[in-house]
Ligand binder design. Structure first.
Ligand SMILES: Cc1cc2nc3c(=O)[nH]c(=O)nc-3n(C[C@H](O)[C@H](O)[C@H](O)COP(=O)(O)OP(=O)(O)OC[C@H]3O[C@@H](n4cnc5c(N)ncnc54)[C@H](O)[C@@H]3O)c2cc1C
Length: 423
């Protein structure tokens, strides 16, 4: 079969990799100048590696385990736990699972009561066991609610939710209000409890690069936005890209949700969450391999979280130099200069002995499709009602690296299974 994949993000690449491995002729059309979609790494003129937005890779992701060679990615781990920066005070909140002593009453932290810590351990045991059984967010079986309601229901105090859960999971969901589906929380918690939080030594872009290395030479077309799907009667029979028509037995649309809706006319999830990621050269020290977090407060903090990436992988910065990423959840209507200045104001309180030199600002309004409670029951199927047309992309699963790769895998399976019935 000849299969065209539209989009070379993790979903499209996983799909094309699987189809190529089964001997099908695969063509991938990508609008931009490189693979990876939302997971790309830029090389700054001074030699820093800048991911396009702060991202991490959970080694426990089930779909990623099936498709990636972790050894070749040379994964470098963050320390478990986090550092909470509250009004000039710094509190290390360790992970009670990996450091059981931190759950003892003698080490009671300000941010978490003993009940909170014991609840965390209970959740880690429960959800860790669940995590070993579920492959994705949609397989988490609970009456869906918001993460915040779920945490209250599980007995956590307002204090730990505001000081830890809101900035930590808010930084992952890009939603400090924690209105994101509790299914996403449960799945993410399970991934954290059963694996490591990492980045590839040479940046997140190594993940799509590894997937793309499985494609046959000449099958990937960069700078080739698909303008239109070709239809014959009720069937999709190819694409138009760069003014040229390309025919295929099947077309898999693996773009972001809004573009997929535009190209196919299918109903796809609406809404998005975003971030502004700011990079600074760091002279001095920040939080080492732990992430820094800003608790909920009035006024809300400028940055939600920071990471000293050069402490996690020294290859992110030229030798002897430091790289700090800082994330504002949401968008900002400020000039780059003002973003840097406001950022340094906060960072100087967090790290009074360090200096910061602005490197880059990434404004990313579409990081993940919005995931309110119940959304995962309404995500579109990979097999559409139109013969020859298939969907991949995080929006068919859940907004994560795992969701995107799983969607690509399922779309490839759907293509291979429907081939004989359709023709
Ligand atoms: C800043 C940020 C932080 C994140 N943090 C995490 C994290 O820590 N952990 C995690 O698991 N997930 C995280 N995510 C989410 C994760 O990166 C995404 O869910 C995933 O990468 C989506 O992959 P995708 O293939 O579905 O879509 P995309 O990566 O968006 O790929 C779609 C591709 O289609 C291309 N395209 C669009 N239109 C056309 C067209 N007409 N013709 C041809 N090509 C087209 C685009 O250029 C793009 O390359 C984060 C995302 C961002 C942006």
């Amino acid at each position: 079969m000849r299969v065209i994949t539209v989009g070379a993000g993790l979903a499209g690449l996983t799909c094309a990799k699987m189809l190529a491995a089964r001997g099908h002729e695969t063509l991938v059309f990508e609008a931009s100048d490189g693979v990876g979609g939302r997971v790309r790494t830029d090389r700054h003129g001074d030699g820093f590696l800048l991911d396009r937005g702060f991202q991490v890779f959970f080694t426990a992701y089930p779909a990623a385990r099936r498709h990636l060679d972790y050894g070749k990615l040379d994964l470098r781990s963050f320390d478990p736990g986090a550092v909470i920066h509250d009004c000039g005070r710094r509190e290390v909140l360790s992970d009670p699972l990996r450091d059981p002593a931190s759950a003892l009453p003698g080490l009671l932290a300000r941010s978490a009561s003993l009940t909170d810590k014991l609840n965390t351990v209970r959740l880690a045991v429960e959800l860790g066991a669940k995590g070993a059984r579920v492959g994705s967010v949609s397989e988490v079986e609970i009456e869906d609610t918001s993460t915040r309601e779920y945490l209250y229901g599980a007995g956590f105090s307002r204090r730990i939710i505001g000081n830890f859960y809101s900035p930590f999971y808010g930084g992952i969901f890009l939603d400090r209000t924690l209105s994101t589906s509790a299914r996403v929380f449960q799945f993410t918690f399970a991934m954290l409890a059963t694996g490591k939080t990492t980045v590839p030594a040479r940046g997140m872009g190594e993940i799509p690069a590894q997937l793309a290395s499985h494609l046959r030479e000449g099958s990937l077309h960069l700078n080739s936005p698909v303008e239109q799907l070709l239809r014959d009667g009720g069937r999709v029979v190819g694409v138009r890209a760069g003014g040229e028509e390309h025919e295929a037995d099947a077309v898999v649309v693996a773009t972001e949700s809004p573009e997929a809706a535009k190209l196919t006319g299918e109903r796809t999830p609406e809404g998005a969450v975003g971030e502004v990621c700011v990079y600074y050269e760091l002279s001095g020290e920040a939080d080492g391999r732990k992430v820094g977090l800003a608790p909920e407060g009035e006024p809300e903090p400028f940055f939600n979280n920071t990471a000293e990436l050069s402490a996690v992988s020294d290859l992110y910065a030229p030798e002897g130099r430091g790289l700090l990423s800082a994330v504002h959840v949401g968008q900002l209507d400020l000039s780059d200069g003002e973003v840097y200045r406001r950022g340094v104001e906060q960072l100087s309180e967090w790290y009074p002995d360090a200096d910061f030199r602005p490197l880059a600002v990434y404004r990313l309004p579409y990081c993940q499709f919005a995931q309110p409670p119940g959304v995962h029951r309404r995500t579109p199927a990979n097999l559409t009602g139109t013969p020859g047309l298939f969907l991949a992309g995080e929006f068919t699963e859940d907004a994560s690296i795992n969701g995107a790769m799983l969607s690509g895998e399922r779309a490839a399976q759907a293509v291979m299974e429907t081939r004989w019935e359709a023709r």
